[in-house]
Design a protein around this ligand. Structure first.
Ligand code: ATP
Ligand code: MG
Ligand code: MG
Ligand code: MG
Length: 576
């Protein structure tokens, strides 16, 4: 297609918008890609919409390739499903709520776990239907406290959200990995420099939730990275691992915790057998099972329950109730690979859940300090330290900040920190939402089985800003070819009629060759045209100018800034 600038609905601006601080925001407004309507609410003009659609195309291609099926749910949602999950309340001021004419409560969807769980419940009822991954590319609404940097943090924005439904934990792990792989492909194709960081406690080193952060100094997320091992985590997640982490060789060594106030494995086994478990526990069992214990103010330990993988009957209520006066500790060793969520369900204190501590908190409490221990999927054990005071019953952990220079939780080296912009998030949800809506299907043995879910988001509109942020110079935008609003930007910089005809001919040839062409056929000075060509940021600029009389056109590479003259006759072959 040939897009003529003489017709295109476009006004570029000479000056930066007064409300813009970051480069991508300034340039996207100046180059006529987006326009502000209200805080965090933007319109997409033709060029901006093209880039947005290109990002969507790449996302769809990779989601389809990994087996995802696209559907589209409404953004206008009734209150009830979110009431059932408690998110109508939990979401707080971030949720846009409204009423219909009859006074019924509605909301604008900020994310759609509830609706996808209900949608699957509505259609599927047999194990034969699983696994299934559904996704949508949809407008989301969040009343962000601080909308920022134009489309980077909007209150209305486009997200690709997908949801996987599996019947087994292995299945969930595979679906999660498939999304993670697809996301790597998406961000690589989009030309984004990114890191994958653990979004859960760094000490755990696992993968129940990871964020994709685009490297950027203007990012709102801070992450730490260990250059020696490649370990990387969002500092929000590592806050629970403070401050010096040391390697730990595994639970069997817990036997060495033979100090006055540290129970040994044998003691724990005794406790377990002291509780009415209906069977005898051995030391070997403790490596597979979960024990939950609390220390009462008097200093005594009380075993609250023991859980067998797959069994959800641990005395959670009792544990919660005892938290107020008690100092909380949980001990567990679980078959993590197959049951990444097992422990989460038992931990009880919101603190641990909120901070993504998945399992294994060792009962050693020495001088008011607790140890958090975990293992990554390779079985490598790591340990972090949390001050006793940091466990608070209301669920906050106010652990010390992670600093530079701190030891990496895997013991491989030191941490360095940098900033990033969250562009994607992959998350093993487990049965949280299928539990809320009793989503059960019939297993092969005729018994009901409850699907386990993953949820996965990509910030589609945010990516337009992120790409602009990572690819620009002082003159303007520089789009990677995959998302550029055109392949070639052809400037007519010669008033001569034959030059104009020559440029039209070249544009037609490029169009026939399947390239997207922007043709600057405006009656404007070459200076104005060149400035706009750089501002708009198409990767290849072709100039039909003075050289035309000698049979030459100029080719400019917007990325390298290089330009050279080539024969007009062979221009088409050179460009394609
Ligand atoms: P953030 O930490 O930036 O607030 P989030 O963790 O709240 O993001 P998720 O709920 O994980 O976001 O949503 C999935 C993706 O949607 C994010 O990774 C991000 O790329 C994008 N996103 C979230 N909020 C916004 C927003 N206000 N504007 C644009 N994109 C957003
Ligand atoms: Mg957010
Ligand atoms: Mg986030
Ligand atoms: Mg997130």
């Amino acid at each position: 297609m040939i897009t003529r600038l003489s017709h295109l609905f476009l006004r570029t601006l000479r000056d930066d918008p007064s409300d813009a601080e970051v480069a991508s925001h300034k340039l996207l407004v100046r180059a006529g890609y987006v326009r502000r309507i209200a805080p965090g609410v933007y319109s997409w003009l033709p060029l901006g919409l093209r880039v947005l659609r290109e990002v969507e195309r790449v996302v769809r291609e990779e989601m389809n390739a990994m087996g995802g099926q696209e559907i589209l749910l409404p953004a206008l949602l009734p209150r009830e499903p979110y009431e059932a999950s408690n998110r109508w309340t939990e979401y707080g001021a971030g949720l846009f709520r409204l009423k219909d004419r009859k006074g019924n409560d509605y909301m604008l969807g900020p994310t759609h776990e509830e609706l996808f769980a209900l949608t699957v419940k509505g259609e599927y009822n047999s194990y034969k239907d699983f696994p299934v991954t559904l996704y949508q590319v949809q407008t989301k609404y969040r009343d962000e406290e601080r909308p920022r940097a134009g489309i980077l943090r909007g209150r209305e924005f486009v997200m690709k959200d997908s949801y996987s439904f599996d019947l087994t934990d292995e299945g969930l792990t595979a679906s999660y990995q498939a999304h993670r792989d697809a996301y790597e492909k998406i961000f690589t194709r989009l030309g984004v420099k990114y890191v994958i960081v653990s979004a859960t406690s760094g000490a755990m080193g696992g993968s129940a939730s990871e964020e994709f952060l685009a490297e950027s100094e203007i990012g709102e997320d801070t992450y730490v990275r260990c250059l020696e091992s490649g370990y990387a985590a969002n500092v929000e997640a590592v806050k629970t691992v403070v401050p010096e982490a040391i390697p730990f060789d595994g639970l069997p060594e817990a036997k060495v915790y033979d100090t006055a106030n540290t129970p040994t494995i044998d003691t724990l086994v005794d406790w377990a057998n002291g509780a009415d478990l209906g069977r005898t526990i051995t030391a070997a069992d403790t490596l597979k099972n979960i024990m939950v214990k609390t220390r009462l103010p008097g200093g005594e330990w009380e075993l609250l329950g023991i859980g067998i993988p797959g069994d959800r009957e641990v005395d959670e209520k009792r544990l919660e109730a005892s938290l107020e006066p008690a100092e909380f500790v949980m001990i567990t060793e679980t078959d993590f690979k197959n049951n990444p969520f097992l422990a989460k369900g038992y931990i009880g204190p919101k603190a641990l859940q909120a901070n993504g501590v998945r399992y294994l908190v060792d009962p050693r409490v020495v001088d008011g300090t607790s140890w958090i221990t975990g293992a990554d999927e390779d079985g490598k054990h790591v340990v972090g330290l949390v001050a006793g005071r940091d466990f608070t019953p209301d669920g906050t952990i106010e652990a010390a900040e992670v600093r530079d220079g701190d030891a990496s939780p895997d013991g491989a080296g030191t941490l360095v920190s940098a900033r990033g912009i969250e562009i994607g998030h992959v998350f093993q949800l487990g049965r949280k939402y299928t539990d809320v809506f009793n989503v059960d299907v019939l297993a092969e043995n005729g018994k009901p089985v409850r699907p386990t879910m993953g949820s996965y988001g990509v910030g589609v509109s945010r990516l337009v800003a992120v790409i602009a942020e990572q690819h620009h110079d002082e003159k303007g935008l520089r789009w990677p070819a995959e998302v550029s609003p055109a392949d070639v930007y052809l400037v007519i910089a010669n008033k001569d009629e034959t030059a104009r005809e020559g440029a039209e001919g070249l544009a037609a040839q490029l169009d026939r060759a399947g390239l997207e062409v922007i043709l600057d056929d405006r009656k404007a000075s070459p200076g104005v045209k060149f400035k706009d060509s750089e501002l708009i940021g198409v990767p290849l600029i072709v100039v039909v100018g003075r050289g035309w009389a000698d049979g030459k056109v100029e080719i400019r590479d917007r990325f390298t800034g290089e330009s050279r003259e080539i024969d007009a006759d062979s221009a088409i072959e050179e460009i394609i």
